[in-house]
Design a protein around this ligand. Structure first.
Ligand code: XMP
Length: 530
């Protein structure tokens, strides 16, 4: 294990991912973690970047015990400055804040294979790196060498002469640093000596054994499924571990994609063998959403209604289980656990070091369920990133189109219908979205795009069909590429694909006479329109 100490950089989770991409397990903790309290012994420690300056009062500092812990340390950006600051170097504000690409020149310090040169070994003499900092080293701590520089950063990378301490001013974790992942590989594999044994193949066996152990020989687990990758993989894993003692519940909230409930039923029940109940609660959801336009209000209504419906369904399963016990039938036991497909980014979100941040949207999840139900939580995916969940899904024989599926928000089409949600509006959007995705798949572009969907705008536009004037609604198409959805760029479609999509939507979807394409990146826009 490699420990990442987070000082609040927006890139900290990417450092963790890059280590995992070398099949080395990495875990992130806030920079305030006390070394003496660690529940594991890391083989190396990485100090992340940060929006702070080390010399400001109130800025975060690492437990000085890390420098006596006896394992290699890599400081990235603020992490380097923190290392220098603690080891008696100097840090100053740059004349110009440096943001963007830089050419790194690597300096070889010793002859032969000295550990001082290990960080860039075999990576050539120059590399393109990504900088984003306002401070930099102005004097080195004692016994350090400069192992790389750029035109504007004389101390772009440093290493201690005898201890395994390294610091770099650039961000190797972002893909703009072209060989950054290899630099992280040099650190975790060569310098820390971690073995590349973190694979999903190993994970499945261990996780199934762990689930069996914590669930014991009796007792049921229930969990919501949505048709998305995470809940499907979690459900299948659960089924592998405890078979029919796991019961999946799918709530049809009336704002799902076209034929979604039916397809999920087909997939989970028939193909994957998971015990599944589909509850059609669309009337209830749509009646509660009537005349509601405010997006946060929509989210709240859908989140709360979901909890009501799920709890009712759980109560039915509970009652049936009690009845079975009374009959003395072969008992699977009472409902004791709630499965949740929490992923590592959500865990990171809750444990990472918080700088100032504002809530942009309240993404609902099923966390609210636990307040009322007396269930214990089981989260088999909580150590995993999305790409790891996809790899796990493939190993569990979940079909590729499902494993590669784009994310879909909990509040569904309700936050893609701008204005009130009615059955008719849902129908229009479902059809348009279906055509859009179908054409993207046909063009072989689905896997290149991180998320694509249609949005129904609350305006009417004039058009002409045959000889008649029309006055109908407008569909906006959105497609983005993104690594983590914190930032996103709009996708550049081949013109003929857009042409086909537009022509099919206006021809086949009654009520639409105009299609537009959204060319906004995030920021300043968000991925969803609401
Ligand atoms: P935004 O619009 O915040 O979207 O840029 C980023 C990612 O989050 C998804 N999203 C949601 N997911 N409940 C969800 O489960 C929500 O309320 C919600 N709002 C946005 C969005 O689809 C994108 O993948």
């Amino acid at each position: 294990t490699v420990l990442i100490l987070d000082f609040g950089s927006q890139y900290s989770h990417l450092i963790t991912r890059r280590c995992r991409e070398h099949n080395v397990y990495a875990e992130l903790l806030p920079c305030t973690a006390k070394i003496a309290d660690l529940h594991f012994k890391p083989k190396g420690i990485i100090l992340s970047g940060s929006p702070y300056s080390v010399y400001d009062s109130g800025s975060p500092h690492v437990d000085p015990a890390v420098f006596d812990f006896g394992v290699p340390i890599l400081g990235i950006c603020y992490g380097l400055q923190e290392m220098a600051w603690q080891l008696k170097g100097e840090v100053q504000k740059c004349d110009h804040r440096e943001y963007g690409f830089s050419q790194l020149q690597i300096n070889k310090i010793h002859e032969g294979d000295s550990p001082v040169d290990a960080l860039f070994r075999g990576l050539g003499e120059e590399m393109q790196v990504w900088m984003s900092h306002g401070d930099q080293l102005s004097a080195m701590p004692p016994n350090f060498h400069i192992i790389a520089h750029t035109n504007s950063a004389p101390y772009a990378a440093v290493a201690h002469d005898t201890k395994p301490f390294y610091g770099i001013q650039f961000h190797p974790e972002v893909t703009h640093s072209l060989r950054g992942k290899e630099v992280i590989g040099r650190f975790v594999l060569d310098i820390c000596g971690c073995k590349p044994t973190w694979t999903m193949g190993e994970f499945i066996g261990k996780e199934i054994a762990r689930i069996r152990e914590i669930c014991g020989p009796k007792g049921r687990v229930i969990g919501a499924v949505s048709g998305g990758v995470d809940s499907t993989v979690a459900a299948k894993l659960m089924h592998e571990a405890i078979g029919d003692r796991f019961q999946a519940i799918m709530v049809d909230n009336g704002v799902l994609r076209l034929n979604e409930a039916q397809q999920v039923n087909e997939m989970l029940n028939k193909n994957l063998g998971v015990n599944l109940t589909v509850v059609d609660a669309s009337d209830l959801f749509l009646s509660r959403l009537k005349d509601v336009e405010d997006p946060e209000q929509k989210r709240k209504i859908i989140g709360n209604t979901f909890i009501n419906v799920f709890e009712q369904e759980a109560a039915k399963i509970e009652a049936a289980a009690d009845e079975e016990e009374k009959q003395g039938a072969e008992a699977k036991g009472r409902v004791e656990w709630l499965l949740q497909g929490t992923l590592y980014p959500d865990v990171i979100e809750s444990i990472s070091f918080k700088g100032p941040s504002a809530t942009i949207k309240t993404h609902h999840n099923v966390g609210g369920l636990l307040k009322d139900m007396k269930l214990k939580l089981i989260e088999p995916l909580r150590e995993l990133f999305k790409d790891e969940v996809r790899a796990l899904g493939r190993l569990l024989s979940i079909p590729a189109p499902l494993v590669q599926r784009h994310p879909f928000p909990g509040p569904g089409l309700a936050i893609r219908i701008l204005g009130p949600v009615t059955r008719e509006q849902v129908r229009i959007l479902q059809l348009a979205d279906h055509i859009y995705i179908e054409e993207i798949r046909k063009a072989g572009l689905y896997d290149e795009i991180s998320q694509a969907f249609a949005v129904l705008l609350p305006v009417r536009a004039v058009g002409v069909m045959g000889d008649a004037r029309t006055y109908e609604q407008v569909i906006a198409l959105r497609a983005v590429q993104s690594e983590d959805f914190m930032t996103a760029d709009w996708y550049v479609f081949p013109a003929e694909v857009l042409r086909r999509i537009s022509s099919r939507i206006t021809n086949e979807v009654n009520g639409i006479n105009r299609v537009t394409y959204d060319i906004s990146s995030k920021p300043p826009a968000t991925v969803e329109w609401l």
